[in-house]
Ligand binder design. Sequence first.
Ligand code: GTP
Ligand code: MG
Length: 149
Amino acid sequence: VEETYIMVKPDGVQRGLVGEIISRFEKKGFKLIGLKLFQCPQDLAEEHYIDLKAKSFYPKLIDYITSGPVVCMAWEGIGVVASARKLIGSTNPLQAEPGTIRGDLAVQTGRNVVHGSDSPENGKREIALWFGEGEICEWTPAQAPWLRE
Ligand code: GTP
Ligand code: MG
């Protein structure tokens, strides 16, 4: 089954948006399989954003993501990676559609409140990076037959 790594970034935590953001994925019908509040160490931030290492904004990005606690989440569901990216909206919140998390709750690319994996492969990679063994919970929601035929 497809999995994605979603993270409320430090600005989202500081602004009290954790519940709002979790709620959007819950209401959509995805299954939460991992959740924790976590202060990201420097080396993990660098590993997570390894593909952006050459970008001019990379040092600022590492400072941002390590500036306070984040909320780490793993979500499971059919098509969850692409769907979560749609729920989150464009990287630049000023270009994100109203109704998306960034479109509704943020104004700047460098403070865009939430992260979502960009492929199923990266979903698995990032969940393995941010969660330890025993932190992922497999369970069957009682509502499952009411979500999928
Ligand atoms: P994530 O879900 O966080 O990975 O965002 P994304 O996939 O929409 O964007 P991308 O992976 O290209 O960039 C990762 C993060 O780097 C973005 O979410 C921003 O927080 C930050 N970022 C990207 N581009 C810029 C930029 O031009 N300036 C600044 N300051 N930050 C940027
Ligand atoms: Mg990305």
